[in-house]
Each structure stands twice: as C-alpha cells, then as structure tokens.
Design a protein around this ligand. Structure first.
Ligand SMILES: [Fe+2]
Length: 351
C-alpha cells in the first residue's frame, strides 16, 4: 500500500521486485490520498480481498500507514469504521502489517493510533487500539532524503508537537518522558538543517529517529489540545496535518503554560531557547518566542494565508470544529482543559 506519488518515483518497484525475487506474490494499491478517508479504506479493502492478501506492507507517510492499519483491521472486523473511533474499540487483530515510513514524520510506524476521515460527518476519526500497531516497522532515513522542503517542515513540526504534547500530557509517565524529551531535543537540533539541506544525512537520520521516538511516546501518553484542534481543520479545510498543528502551536502553548509551568520550562531549556538559570516563568515565555521563531524560519504561513476561505466562512465552522475537538478526547489530556468557548477563542487567535 502506498500513494501515487511514491509509485511514480519508482521506489515501490524496487520493493516489488525484491519481494517477487523472494517468492512473495505482490499486488500494489496506490490510491491512498493525503488525510485518508473511509472511501480510501473501502477501496483498499476491496483490493486486499481481490488478491487474497495475507499481509500488508505500507510504504509511505503517515497517511499511507494509517490507511493500511485500518484496512488491515477492517479485513478482520465486520463493523462500520465509525465503530472503531475512540479507545480500544477494535475486537480482532488485523492482518500482519509491515510499516516502512518515507517521511519523518508522523511516527505512525510506532503507534497504535490511526486517523481516518469520515466523509459523511466531516470528522477525522481518531482510533487508538493495540490492534493497529504494526507487527514490524523498518525505519530507514534514506527513504526520507527526497522529501520536499515544505513537507520536511510540516511533518517535522508535527514530530515536535508529538514530543511536546506527550511530555505535557496529563497521561505522561516515566516510560514516555525520556522518549518525548529525545524527540524534542532531536527536532530542536536537526529540523532546520533537514529543511535547508535535504541531503544532510545526519539531520535526516536524526529526524527519522525523532519521529519514531515521538510516536512511541504519544502512543502511550496521548496527545493534547493542538492535535485535538488540528484534526477538525484538516477534516473541513483539507489542510495538511503537520501544517494545521504548526499554525496552532504557539496560541495553544500560550494558553496551556500555566497548567504545567515546570514541564514547559524544561522543554524550553531542552530546545536551547533559554539558559538553565532562568525562572520557569521566563523559560515559558521564551518557549513561545522560540516556537514562533522556528515557525518563521521554516516558512510556516498563518492560518488566514493558507485556508482558501475568508474570515466569515472560517467563523461559520468554528463552533463545530470546537465541538469535534473536544469530542476527540485529546484536549482532556491538556495541562489546561479548555471549554468550548476557549477553543473557539483559540481558533480565532490562530487565524
Ligand atoms: Fe500528529
């Protein structure tokens, strides 16, 4: 399972030939779109059944891996996809899945999470279940060397938000903290280099590791408000996942600082935004400045500049987006749990 872009690049043919040489029958499904939908899952499932597949190899970014996860469990669970939304709602294990990420990244190769858009309800369904965990993941940074600069920036900020939200989550713990901090440190040190110098192998390798560590951390600690709010933007306006997180990051961090000043200060110090000697309060302020600056250096636009709607059209969706954000469960992990009105205010600030 992959997407049309990767199939066109010739990478998939290499895998195909090697599998065939090893005596494995292969069929390629390349219709997964960015921000995969229930329709992609249905098409993938039909392909899976037509070729009587007994395992899936997913080669691609988070969209491909997420779709493959859900196609794999749809093959062994007859319920409609909406029944899988939420925590631990998938009764049977899926087909064995081998995940090979080509972006660094969503960390999907290391998580029990998948996000699929319900096209009828215009909702990004968050599914969290051990059945979604890939059986094997192969993380090879060389596959990320050809990522375009903008994609490198978007998925890189997504990685950072995974580490950051895993670390401040109410469900963070002694197992997830070291992985979250590693993700944050690696991203702080290497994302700009990966963005500016696509062939920088050290930076690409570090970002691949950061993505994997971030995924492992949030798979157990959960994600928080930025992810809760970014999914409705993606569902309604089809904005890339990493970008929709990036445009929300500073407003959400500013809102959340008081809920966990020590943890945000620690992140600020680990990212090199301030010296160890400064107070937690000052370190928190410098974190906001540092994140804003990082966004600017990565060429992250403002929400108003990327959505193809005017402010009044955006405003007409804000109430539903706030309701969907809260319903996803992620904001409840946030250091400060917001009300609907506060989420609406944050969307307006991010505009
Ligand atoms: Fe994410």
């Amino acid at each position: 399972m992959t997407d049309e872009y990767l199939r066109g690049e010739g990478i998939i043919q290499i895998f195909e030939e090697r599998l065939k040489t090893a005596g494995v029958e292969v069929a390629v499904f390349s219709e997964v779109q960015p921000d995969p939908t229930d329709r992609n899952v249905a098409a993938g499932l039909a392909c899976l059944r037509n070729c009587h597949a007994d395992a899936i190899v997913a080669i691609g970014g988070g969209s491909v891996i997420d779709a493959a996860k859900v196609i794999g469990v749809a093959a062994t669970n007859p319920q409609p996809l909406a029944a899988f939304q939420g925590y631990n709602k998938i009764p049977n294990r899926g087909l064995p899945l081998i995940a090979i990420p080509t972006t660094a990244g969503t960390g999907s190769e290391a998580t029990k999470a998948a996000v699929i858009t319900d096209t009828q309800r215009m909702v990004k369904m968050m599914m969290l279940d051990a059945s979604l965990m890939p059986r094997i993941s192969i993380v090879d940074y060389e596959l990320s060397l050809t990522m375009p600069a903008a994609l490198t920036a978007y998925v890189g900020v997504d990685t950072l938000v995974h580490g950051l939200e895993a670390y401040v989550s109410k469900r963070s713990n002694g197992m997830t903290d070291p992985l979250a901090i590693s993700c944050i440190q690696l991203t702080a040190r290497h994302l700009l280099a990966a963005y500016r110098e696509p062939e920088n192998r050290r930076a690409r390798e570090a970002m691949a590791l950061a993505a994997c560590h971030g995924g492992m951390a949030f798979s157990s600690s959960g994600l928080c408000l930025a992810h809760g709010m970014s999914r409705p933007i993606g569902a309604i306006f089809h904005l890339a996942h990493g970008l929709s997180n990036a445009v929300l990051l500073t407003a959400v961090t500013r809102f959340s600082l008081n809920g966990s000043p020590e943890r945000y200060a620690h992140i600020s110090r680990q990212m090199g935004f301030c010296d160890n000697g400064v107070s937690d309060e000052r370190a928190g302020e410098m974190l906001i400045d540092g994140l804003e600056n990082l966004n600017a250096r990565l060429g992250i636009p403002k929400l108003r500049d990327v959505l193809k709607v005017d402010r009044s059209q955006f405003e007409s969706h804000v109430r539903k987006m706030a309701d969907d954000a809260l319903a996803s469960g992620s904001p409840q992990n946030n250091p400060v749990v917001p009300t609907v009105a506060e989420i609406i205010d944050l969307y307006q600030r991010a505009w």
